[in-house]
Ligand binder design. Structure first.
Ligand SMILES: Cc1cc2nc3c(=O)[nH]c(=O)nc-3n(C[C@H](O)[C@H](O)[C@H](O)COP(=O)(O)O)c2cc1C
Ligand code: SF4
Length: 431
């Protein structure tokens, strides 16, 4: 964890910075579950209005309005309806949800219960990445504690509202983080995304209306209920309110998790909070939002970390997983690593994705080992352009964007590999 979490904005992280607050007693000592009790006194419609006016946007990557998503759930009383909490956290470079689940399980349960009340869900499937053993155990323990105290169960906090939460262990594939791939996996099938529409609010888990929300998204909810929409809008930018968790990794002095307002400049995050690169190095490029987001070169790090600004630089916030590369890094080699990951993780349903990810990997790998020709670079661009917006889910876009980013900003390195017929970065990481 980063040592420099600013006290003024650490409402999300205060729970997991305090060892004692991981359990129910400690969480309640910090005011835990007061927001749930308050929420139960309000109508679901009022809660949806509150979250919409706070401007909370999903923290799972797409940045969709949480209140609006909740409003899509049918308001009739017909059950079952479900909530799915997406704890798959499959995006390389992202590790915020792991810490939130492991160190602040009751904060998440409180967010889940409020969201369930607002959307009329009778059960939550908490889908936790398969490799995340400790987070899953922490959640199981917290659910048992909450059940024993009547916080989860037939009369949530003594009310007429009944809600159950079950932990489901993930299936170990990146695509099970995509919400409909997750739903298929949850139902015991192969994790392959569904065609949309219908969206999960109409046809979700087991064919029933379902809301899917990311772990971090739900962790913000109790704080908004406690403090109000204006308070939340006091952080961040007008279009991207609130704080978020930035996970900084790579060639950086102080890798870690930093809770900061959205709109914090990327250079402030990298150089001040995360301590910058090693003493004798300079930053070469930064991936701002997890592996699927296009890289930014060193001269573009003055950008505020919010989608409205990042889009102008042709990248996005994604999951806030910031990966720093210094000047020793060969960007063609980095592209091979990226391409290899997406080739292996494509679920194979769509031709453009299945074939495109394979071709991208073959071409960048060939260029990297010095066997490429100039035409490979234009073919790469062509393949990437043909993968965008053509497929069942956004995975194909996510596989093309980082390669497009590398070609946009570091094309010279690809060309140098072709001309010199070798990689010129002796100090870069090994493949
Ligand atoms: C390929 C792919 C992988 C994804 N992986 C995750 C993930 O690991 N965790 C997550 O919360 N959302 C992931 N998403 C986004 C989900 O589909 C969905 O938008 C999100 O869980 C909704 O929650 P939110 O509105 O609270 O952000 C992924 C999307 C795609 C296209
Ligand atoms: S885009 Fe790729 S991952 Fe998504 S459904 Fe198609 S083949 Fe599967």
């Amino acid at each position: 964890m980063g040592p420099q979490v600013p006290l003024i904005t650490n409402y999300l992280t205060q729970h997991f910075l305090d060892d004692a607050a991981v359990g129910l007693e400690g969480y309640e000592r910090l005011g835990g579950y007061a927001a749930l009790r308050r929420a139960l006194e309000n109508s679901p419609a009022d809660l949806i209005e509150l979250i919409t006016s706070a401007g909370l946007q999903g923290r799972g990557g797409a940045g969709f309005s949480t209140g609006l998503k909740w409003s899509f759930m049918p308001a009739d009383g017909e059950l079952p309806k479900y909530l799915v909490c997406n704890g798959d956290e499959s995006e390389p470079g992202s590790f915020k949800d792991r810490i939130l689940m492991e160190r602040g399980p009751h904060q998440l349960l409180e967010g889940i219960l409020i969201a369930a009340w607002a959307t009329g869900a009778e059960k939550t499937f908490l889908y936790v990445r398969g490799e995340y053993e400790r987070p899953a155990e922490a959640l199981e323990r917290a659910i048992a504690e909450a059940r024993a105290r009547g916080i989860v169960g037939t009369n949530v906090c003594g009310s007429d509202f009944a809600h159950d939460i079950v932990v489901i262990r993930g299936a170990g594939a990146y695509i099970c983080g995509e919400e409909t791939g997750l739903l298929e996996s949850l139902e015991g099938k192969k994790g392959q995304p569904r065609k949309k529409p219908p969206f999960p609010a109409q046809y979700g888990a087991f064919g029933r209306p379902t809301t899917v929300n990311n772990v971090e998204t739900l962790c913000h909810v109790p704080h908004i209920v406690n403090n109000g929409a204006d308070w939340f809008r006091g952080f961040g930018t007008e279009k991207s309110p609130g704080t978020t968790l930035f996970g900084v990794s790579g060639q950086i002095a102080r890798p870690g998790l930093f809770e900061l307002p959205l709109g914090t400049p990327l250079d402030e995050l990298v150089f001040e909070h995360a301590g910058g690169p090693a003493a004798d190095q300079r930053v070469k490029g930064v991936i701002p939002g997890g592996l699927s987001m296009p890289v930014l070169p060193a001269d573009q790090l003055d950008v505020p970390m919010a989608n409205e600004f990042l889009r102008e630089r042709r990248t996005m916030l994604g999951t806030g997983g910031v990966m720093v590369m210094d000047e020793r890094t060969c960007m063609v080699r980095a592209s091979v690593v990226i391409a290899h990951f997406f080739r292996d993780e494509s679920c194979g349903q769509c031709t453009q994705c299945r074939e495109g990810t394979g071709w991208i990997h073959k071409l960048v790998e060939r260029i990297e080992r010095g066997a490429g020709v100039m035409e490979d670079i234009t073919v790469l661009e062509d393949i990437c352009a043909k993968m965008e917006g053509q497929t069942i889910c956004a995975f194909a876009d996510a596989a093309a964007w980082p390669i497009q980013g590398m070609l946009r900003h570091f094309r010279g390195e690809f060309e140098a590999h072709v001309v010199q017929r070798r990689c010129g970065f002796a100090e870069s990481f090994e493949l």
